[in-house]
Ligand binder design. Structure first.
Ligand code: MN
Ligand code: MN
Length: 453
C-alpha cells in the first residue's frame, strides 16, 4: 500500500527540523544504556515526573518514574480510568550493538598495550575497524564506589581503534568471506605504545595501568567488576545536503526510545494510564534483570497498584497487563535502493513515509515473532489515521532472507495486545546508522496519538 512521502505534509519543515535537534543532543550523549537512562530521567524530571519513592499514594494525573539498576526505566501518567482497565504502553530498548571490555582486558604485545573486547549484539565485524572509538562506562570498586569512565568524546581526548591489515599485504585476508575477514578475537583496541622505564616484561601495559591509576585511582583488578563499552566516538550529525536525515551511533533503538519518551512527556490527562518503558539487553535476547524479560515491569505495575489502592496488587498487575495495549517501539529495516534484492517492494519500509508498523518480524516462517492480532492492528490503523500520522506497513525483508526480533513477544506473553511500530533505519547495526528526520517526527506523533487512544 503506497503511503505518501511525509515531507509533503510540511510546507514549513521547521517543526520537524527542531524536533530532531533535541534528538541529536539525546543521541550524542546517550552512548550507553546507563547514559540513555540518565538523560531520560533528566528529561522526565524537567517535565514534572517524580521518582516512585517520593509518593505515598498515586492518583489521577500523577507523573511517576521507576528506575531499575541504572539501566532500565519506566515512566507513567496515572489515567482517569483504573490501571486495571489497561494501560497504553510504549516500549523501546536503549542498548545498541558495540564491543565490551573483557574481564581482564589489558595485555601487551610487541610494545603495544591492547584492550581485549567481546562484542555485544549482532555486528558485521569488518565495519568496526579503523574508525575512532570512545570508551564509556563504569568501574565498581570493592569499597562500594563507582568510577565513571568517558574517554574519546571531547575533541581534546584521545580516541581508540582497531587496526586492519594494509591492502598491500591482504591477499590471504581478502580471500575470506566477509564474516571471517575480521576475527572476533582480533577486535582489540590499540591502547598505548610508551613503555615504563622498568624491568618488567610488559612495560607498556604497566604504563597504561599507571596512567589509569593516576587519573582514576583504579587497579587492574577493579576492571573485573566493570562495564566499559567501546562505541563510535563523536557526535550525531545531519546527513544529506538537504539535512533530511541524521547519522549517528545507536539509532537502534534510541530513536524510538526518544520519540516514545517525548510522547509521554507531551501527554496530558490521558484516559488510560500512559506508560513508556525503556529496556536494556534487547540486542542479546532481552535477558537479565534490566531486559524486557525481567520481572521488573510486572513488579513495577504491582507497586503502582499498591499506591493507587486497586485491590490485590500482584493479581491486578496481571489483569492490568492483560488489558493493556502496547506499541513495541523498535526500528525497522529501511529499503535500500542499493540492495533491493533483500526486500519485497510491496511489503517493506521506505524512508520518509513515516512510522512503520510491523505486524510480525521473525525468521523462517515468522518464528520468534509476536504476529499481532488483526483486531488490534485495526485499532492502531484507526488511531494513526484519525491523528493524521504518516505511517506504513512492513515486514523484515523477503521471506527466508534473514530476520530478527523485538521485545513485542515478551509483553505479548502477558496476553497483551502488542504490535511493532518504529522508525526505518539504513545501515542498521553499523557504527553509523541513518534515519530520516520526518520519520522520527511521525513516530513521535504516532506514539502520542496512541497514548491518548
Ligand atoms: Mn532494535
Ligand atoms: Mn537491533
Amino acid at each position: 500500500m503506497y503511503k505518501k512521502n511525509a515531507w509533503k505534509k510540511y510546507s514549513d519543515k521547521k517543526v520537524v527540523m527542531d524536533f530532531s535537534e533535541g534528538y541529536k543532543d539525546f543521541l550524542s550523549y546517550s552512548k550507553t544504556e546507563r547514559l540513555a537512562v540518565k538523560k531520560s530521567v533528566e528529561l522526565l524530571e524537567k517535565a514534572g515526573f517524580k521518582s516512585i519513592d517520593s509518593f505515598d499514594k498515586l492518583s489521577q494525573g500523577d507523573k511517576v518514574y521507576v528506575l531499575n539498576k541504572h539501566k532500565n526505566v519506566a515512566a507513567f501518567i496515572i489515567g482517569k480510568k483504573p490501571i486495571t482497565d489497561g494501560m497504553r504502553i510504549l516500549g523501546a530498548h536503549i542498548d545498541s550493538p558495540r564491543m565490551d571490555l573483557k574481564d581482564n582486558p589489558f595485555y601487551e604485545s610487541k610494545e603495544f598495550a591492547f584492550l581485549n573486547t567481546h562484542y555485544y549484539g549482532g555486528i558485521k565485524k569488518y565495519q568496526w575497524v579503523t574508525i575512532p572509538l570512545a570508551l564509556h562506562g563504569v568501574v565498581c570498586k570493592k569499597d562500594g564506589t563507582t568510577v565513571d569512565v568517558n574517554i574519546g568524546e571531547d575533541e581534546n581526548d584521545p580516541v581508540f581503534g582497531i587496526t586492519d591489515l594494509l591492502i598491500h599485504l591482504s591477499r590471504n585476508q581478502l580471500e575470506k568471506t566477509a564474516d571471517k575477514v575480521i576475527d572476533g578475537e582480533k577486535l582489540d583496541l590499540t591502547f598505548g605504545n610508551i613503555p615504563l622505564d622498568n624491568d618488567s616484561k610488559q612495560p607498556v601495559k604497566d604504563n597504561v595501568l599507571k596512567i589509569i591509576k593516576d587519573k582514576y585511582d583504579l587497579e587492574e583488578e577493579d576492571f573485573l567488576s566493570a562495564e566499559i563499552e567501546v562505541v563510535p566516538a563523536g557526535k550525531t550529525r545531519d546527513y544529506g545536503i538537504d539535512r533530511s536525515m541524521i547519522a549517528g551511533y545507536g539509532h537502534d533503538d534510541r530513536c524510538c526510545a526518544y520519540s516514545s519518551l517525548v510522547a509521554i512527556l507531551d501527554t496530558k490527562n490521558p484516559e488510560y494510564t500512559s506508560c513508556c518503558v525503556l529496556v536494556d539487553k534487547e540486542e542479546i535476547g532481552s535477558v537479565g534483570a534490566t531486559g524486557a524479560q525481567s520481572l521488573f515491569f510486572e513488579n513495577t505495575v504491582a507497586k503502582l497498584l499498591t499506591l493507587t489502592g486497586e485491590g490485590h496488587p500482584l493479581y491486578n498487575a496481571r489483569i492490568a497487563l492483560e488489558n493493556s495495549k502496547m506499541l513495541s517501539s523498535d526500528v525497522s529495516a529501511a529499503y535500500d535502493p542499493l540492495y533491493p534484492e533483500v526486500n519485497d517492494p510491496d511489503n517493506c519500509a521506505y524512508f520518509a513515509r513515516g512510522l512503520v508498523i510491523n505486524k510480525y518480524t521473525g525468521a523462517r516462517g515468522k518464528s520468534g515473532s509476536n504476529d499481532a492480532m488483526p483486531e488490534f492492528y485495526a485499532f492502531v490503523r484507526k488511531t494513526l489515521d484519525d491523528a493524521n500520522v504518516n505511517w506504513q506497513s512492513s515486514e523484515l525483508g523477503k521471506v527466508d532472507q534473514g530476520g530478527g526480533g523485538t521485545i513485542a513477544y515478551i509483553l505479548g506473553n502477558y496476553n497483551m495486545n502488542v504490535i511493532d511500530a518504529g522508525i526505518p533505519v539504513l545501515s542498521m547495526h553499523a557504527p553509523m546508522e541513518i534515519i530520516s528526520k520526518v520519520d522520527l517526527y511521525e513516530a513521535y506523533l504516532g506514539y502520542k496519538a496512541f497514548l491518548k487512544a
